[in-house]
Design a protein around this ligand. Structure first.
Ligand code: LLP
Length: 422
């Protein structure tokens, strides 16, 4: 293999001695590749965030819910959150006990709540209306409530989940109503939670939000836990030298706040966080094959098989993903140029990387789309009737295993019912 542009994966020995061009050939592209060692390391980073002893990291499985992935996270001693019965189902399959699952629901039916009650998991509701529904189906039960601390953060307005502009959480001014509903249905409030948004690279908003959350917690004696949410960011512009989130600095600030609150509250309460991206993003690269290179009105387009059915983040949030180049042929070029990398979906918004200055790319090159493990496969679709890709895992030994088969044409009709007469 000819390593044309491989700085980031080289620096982390991402492929553990495997050749990405050979992987692309063997498993076909587009292909999600995961690295077990990096996934485990990210779990450990967050488990060590604070010294406070009763601290639980719930992996937010919405970011990546592949079973193998969940099994690894479980073996690292993390617990999980869930956003749907589907996630609860997969988490149970991966070996999580009901009490290790925190179901954080938003606008769900009574039947869906009942599924979670029957599954025996912890449940959080995030409106007075849903608390009422919960009381009706499970009077006397334990419940948690999601509050909106008034402080939000995130990489795009679509992923800011607290503050004045979002649908999530209960405003603190409704605490008397929450208390009244708890009393009405004899519910026991075991936890309160928040999630301010996704992807912060400095800790100020998070630290401010937990201070606000702790003020709310003080009004509810007897809680078992306070869940501070996720949102821990990763540097997507690594090749430009973007610095990672300073976990040490953030950890120290959070640690102080936890000890202080636990002392004021008077009990050794459990604190939880629920990160998705931090754990899952950096252990994945998508391999994609270049099928065409062309000029259109002075712009150079590189066309590959990673459309937005495979990775939706760029079209959805204008997100940036680093791109690497691996080459099977011995074509040589010293040229660097600005290119726009696009997929194979019939929409002009199907742009993976806009105006990137990269070494010259040729047809049949294999591209590596970096940091794709969070909200990558999880948001993939079969739009344009393209099959969802396969996923492989590079084990710590370097061995490669298939952890999800590529969809096949038959999968497209699996749930369709053709008419018997037309
Ligand atoms: N907890 C709750 C209640 C959440 O809604 C989320 C994410 C998380 C935890 C985990 O957040 P994280 O640590 O991964 O930032 N699709 C978007 C991100 C959406 C996040 C939605 N909620 C993206 O690709 O950037």
């Amino acid at each position: 293999m000819n390593k044309v542009y491989t700085k980031v994966t080289d620096s982390m020995n991402y492929f553990e001695g495997n050749d990405p061009v050979a992987l692309a050939e063997q498993y076909q592209t587009p292909l999600y590749v995961y690295n077990e060692r990096i996934l485990r390391q990210r779990c450990r980073d967050l488990k060590q965030l604070v010294t406070y002893p009763k601290f639980v990291v719930d992996y937010s499985a919405k970011a990546n819910s592949n079973l193998a992935f969940l099994q690894i996270v479980k073996s690292e001693g993390l617990e999980v959150d869930a956003m749907s019965p589907g996630e609860i189902y997969l988490e149970r399959k991966a070996g999580f006990a009901p009490e290790e699952i925190f179901y954080i629901c938003n606008n769900v039916s009574a039947q869906e709540m009942q599924y979670a009650v029957d599954a025996g998991v912890y449940i959080s509701v995030d409106s007075l209306s849903q608390l009422e529904t919960f009381g009706q189906i499970a009077p006397g039960h334990e419940v948690a409530v999601r509050f909106n601390p008034g402080v939000g953060a995130g990489h795009h307005e679509k992923v800011v989940t607290a503050g004045k502009k979002t649908k999530f959480g209960i405003e603190p001014k409704y605490i008397p109503e929450v208390k009244a509903l708890l009393k009405k249905y004899d519910l026991k409030l075991v936890g309160i939670n928040q999630h301010i948004g996704s992807l912060f690279m400095t800790g100020e908003a998070f630290v401010a939000s937990i201070a606000a959350l702790f003020e709310i917690a003080k009004q509810f004696p007897g809680l078992k836990f306070v869940d501070m949410g996720g949102g821990f960011g990763i540097p997507y512009k690594k090749e430009q030298g973007e610095a990672p989130l300073d976990l040490k600095e953030l950890g120290q600030a959070v640690d102080q706040a936890l000890y202080r609150f636990a002392e004021e509250y008077g009990e050794q309460i459990t604190f939880r966080i629920e990160p998705g991206r931090y754990i899952s993003a950096e252990c994945s690269v998508i391999l994609s094959t270049v099928h065409s290179v062309k000029h259109n009105h002075d712009k150079k387009f590189v066309g590959c098989d990673c459309g937005f059915n495979v990775l939706q983040r760029p079209i959805m949030y204008d997100s940036y993903h680093g791109v690497e180049i691996y080459r099977g042929s011995d074509v040589q070029s010293e040229k660097e140029e600005s290119v726009t990398i696009v997929g194979n979906i019939c929409e002009s918004g199907d742009i993976l990387a806009k105006d990137r200055v990269l070494p010259e790319i040729f047809k049949d090159d294999v591209l590596g789309i970096l940091d794709a493990g969070a909200y990558g496969f999880a948001m993939a679709s079969s739009y344009n009737c393209r099959m969802r890709p396969a996923e492989i895992l590079i084990r710590e030994s370097g061995e490669v295993v298939l952890v999800r088969e590529r969809e096949e044409l038959e999968d497209l009709t699996r749930h369709m019912i053709p008419l018997e007469n037309v």
